[in-house]
Ligand binder design. Structure first.
Ligand SMILES: [Zn+2]
Length: 280
């Protein structure tokens, strides 16, 4: 009798301790660079924020995975050029981003590019429920095997600029809501979109990385890609001189990259990978 009681106690212990689903068996995360035929979603606020993980996305694309790129804003504010207008900047940023992604083999023609159209710098002033629903719908629609986004942090915190703060948190909020049919039930009833649980997150711009991806093989492409953000960095932010990137600067960077690689250095992109559901 005592034996039976003890067995019963052991069998229910994990549930009672956690109050949720019990102890989860930890398995070693698989190597994402070996993935094929999966859907990968990147979500971020601005047309250059993708640059933090374009190497990894490029490797995934080359392996036959489908890439879905989602920008919250049009990037229409971040210029110091007094002759620039918001409308023109939005057009420039869209093209720059497409060119950069194009260098890495990711294009609107072969992949999915979505811009939610919000004003740059104003994401924290948009009703959060509205943003949450938009992300939730996209997750249910595209059902990504992995989501790449900026790290909202766990123990680690840093100051993130306004849109980055909102993007980091609301992307997870939206992904979590997507797992439960009672959040935004209109998606299922009116649009036929069923709940979906994301189980693999790659957070970048992180202070808690636990995963690195060797992007040495595409590091030259990354340099060429980054050069397309003419209106974002250097002199082009003060006086737009694009759309063509600075070829001399590209040459210099390629040569220094070649020296690093010749010395045996590897180029990495680093992430905090969370390989479990956020549906709690
Ligand atoms: Zn940004």
């Amino acid at each position: 009798m005592i034996f039976i009681l003890i067995s019963l106690l052991i069998s229910i212990l994990p549930l009672s301790v956690s109050g949720q689903t019990g102890t989860r068996a930890q398995k070693a995360p698989d190597d994402i660079t070996k993935w094929t035929n999966k859907t990968i979603m990147w979500v971020g606020p601005h047309q250059d924020d993708e640059s933090g993980c374009l190497g990894t996305l490029s490797l995934l694309k080359a392996n036959g995975n489908k890439i879905v790129m989602v920008w919250y804003t049009t990037g229409n504010k971040g210029s110091r050029d007094l002759d620039m207008t918001s409308e023109r900047l939005a057009q420039i940023r869209k093209i720059e981003s497409e060119k950069a992604c194009g260098e890495m083999g990711i294009t609107p023609a072969t992949d999915t590019f979505i811009c939610l159209g919000y004003d740059d710098g104003m994401l924290e002033y948009v009703p959060e429920k509205e943003l949450c629903e938009k992300v939730c719908r996209l997750i249910r629609q595209y059902r990504p095997d992995a989501v790449f986004t900026m790290d909202p942090g766990t123990t680690w915190m840093k100051w993130l600029k306004t849109d980055h703060r909102m993007s980091a948190f609301i992307t997870l909020d939206g992904a979590r809501a997507a797992a439960y049919h009672l959040y935004f039930p209109n998606h299922r009833i009116n649009e036929g979109l069923h709940p979906f649980t994301v189980t693999d997150y790659f957070f970048y711009s992180t202070g808690e990385s636990n995963c690195e991806v060797d992007v040495t093989s595409v590091s030259d492409k990354k340099i060429r890609a980054h050069a397309w953000y003419v209106s974002q960095f250097g002199a082009g932010n003060f006086k737009y001189v694009g759309p063509e990137p600075d070829q001399e600067n590209i040459k210099k960077q390629l040569s220094s990259n070649a020296e690093r690689i010749a010395k045996g250095e590897k180029i990495y992109e680093r992430f905090r990978r969370l390989s479990e559901s956020m549906s709690f």
